[in-house]
Design a protein around this ligand. Sequence first.
Ligand SMILES: Nc1ncnc2c1ncn2[C@@H]1O[C@H](COP(=O)(O)OP(=O)(O)OP(=O)(O)O)[C@@H](O)[C@H]1O
Length: 233
Amino acid sequence: MNFIEINNLKKAYKLTEVVNIPHLAIPVGESFGLVGNNGAGKTTLFRMILDLTRPNYGEVTSKGIDVRQSEEWKSYTGSYLDEGFVIDFLTPDEYFHFIGDINHLSKGDINEFLDAFAEVFNNEIIGKKKYIRDLSKGNQKKVGIAAALMVNPEIILLDEPFANLDPSTQIRLKKYLIEIKQQKQVTLLISSHDLNHVTEVCERIVVLEKGEIIHDIRTSQNTLRALEEHFAV
Ligand SMILES: Nc1ncnc2c1ncn2[C@@H]1O[C@H](COP(=O)(O)OP(=O)(O)OP(=O)(O)O)[C@@H](O)[C@H]1O
């Protein structure tokens, strides 16, 4: 079964087309990596999947339902695209409990999840009484990604999850994403400029160029080298 299906999707700003995808299907349980140079249309595509940006033509369906027609997908979708996704006048503790409450998680569940993230948080996030807006960019991102993962989503969308994170956190996050994919059959969509990480985490890589899919690759031993060659122009 396809989790996400995209048909004849087009988005233009003024006269410039920034996304043009005739068809794309992402099956349940797939780890899908989106790569492309600056301005290729990756974020715009993710925003249309999350109904934050409306296409000019075409549709995105989640479990067969047009994301514009129903709110149902919001209950099983976790996402973090940018700092606009968090409530920055809360402390991380307040924010995690707020998100946990509206998703009917118990205090115990929330604390258990936060404990599992302790290594990633590196003692800089929980119990610090600092507003999210006063955290560093990397720590804000950790809060946003953790909150997206905390609600046990069936599908997770992360835009540039590794950017701005220190190397240790990048490696921990990568391991965590690989683990939840294996243990929980989560469908994972990530965009990344980090070809190393994205090929390690994702079994499928789509290359976007000027809004169009120019490669759709099943990840193999050769994928990293092929991508490096592709972008080395
Ligand atoms: N709200 C907007 N108004 C006008 N143009 C926009 C808007 N949002 C995006 N664009 C344009 O759409 C194109 C695609 O942008 P997008 O952010 O989707 O690319 P990206 O692949 O995510 O890039 P990056 O890797 O730099 O994050 C760019 O040319 C961008 O300037």
